[in-house]
Ligand binder design. Sequence first.
Ligand SMILES: [Zn+2]
Length: 308
Amino acid sequence: MGTVVISVDAELGWGFHDLEDLPDRIDNARQGWRDLLDILTQYDLPATWGIVGHLMLSECDGNHADHPLGPSWFRRERGVWADRPDVRFGNGLVEAVQQARPDHEIASHSFSHVDFGAPGTTDETVRAELRAAEDAAEALGVDLRSFIFPRNHVGHRRELADAGFDCYRGVVPRPAGRRRKLVSATAGSPTPKLVTPAVDEYGLVNIPASLHLFSFQGMTRALVQPVFGDPIVSHVERGLDAAAERDGIFHVWLHPSSIGSDRDRQRITEVCRRIHDRRDELDVLTMGEVADQVDRRRTSRQQTGETA
Ligand SMILES: [Zn+2]
């Protein structure tokens, strides 16, 4: 039986608060979140929602004086976002994920989207981010065990393990250049990447991503789509084929804020429909469930005296 994992980077404004220029897609973020949840419900697919911890608060002073990065890191909240609670707080969206069926996993995407891979990010900052995220989640009755790194920059895994996390989403190797993208969207496309979860040196299960569902945007997508159909949907189809044939894991991910147009909604609907149609040959698991499977295999190997 093959496996599909769907993971979501849910951040509203927090994915961008430290950027000079704010992208328009911030304004899609709430509707995109609702749309994605509706589509997952429609096709009965559980996902792992990596949610920025600040979104689990119902209010804050905008200073966060006890955060190691200090009030300057949160200056946008007090400035242009002072009257934008819609980008600073979930305001019902996290609860919508909690109440949705099928059951989703709520994972952490840090507290305020600090880049864990940046050279200036200290252990102290990471510990504070994880603690704040856990406190906010606990207030909603959520126990966090899976982690999605902001900007996919893996770092400070020891702190992650110390904070009690079980697993994280590892990185997708980047294809080089636009020409490669064009080629891969049409003829001679590479085989979709199946992934193998692996236990790292801190005991965390690394569940790498296979495919970013909005990795193929802009001009190239506009050129290719009318002729060949949505290249992401056909890539997903081949990924599902491969996962079913080889009992592998195909792990797709996205930001809800990428869902901004009818075409985007159609892409996600088509992807989810295709996964749904193959449920007899494919399990759809959360990251936490994949980590449990790895742990069970690890335990049974230890019991039979094999070395891992
Ligand atoms: Zn705040």
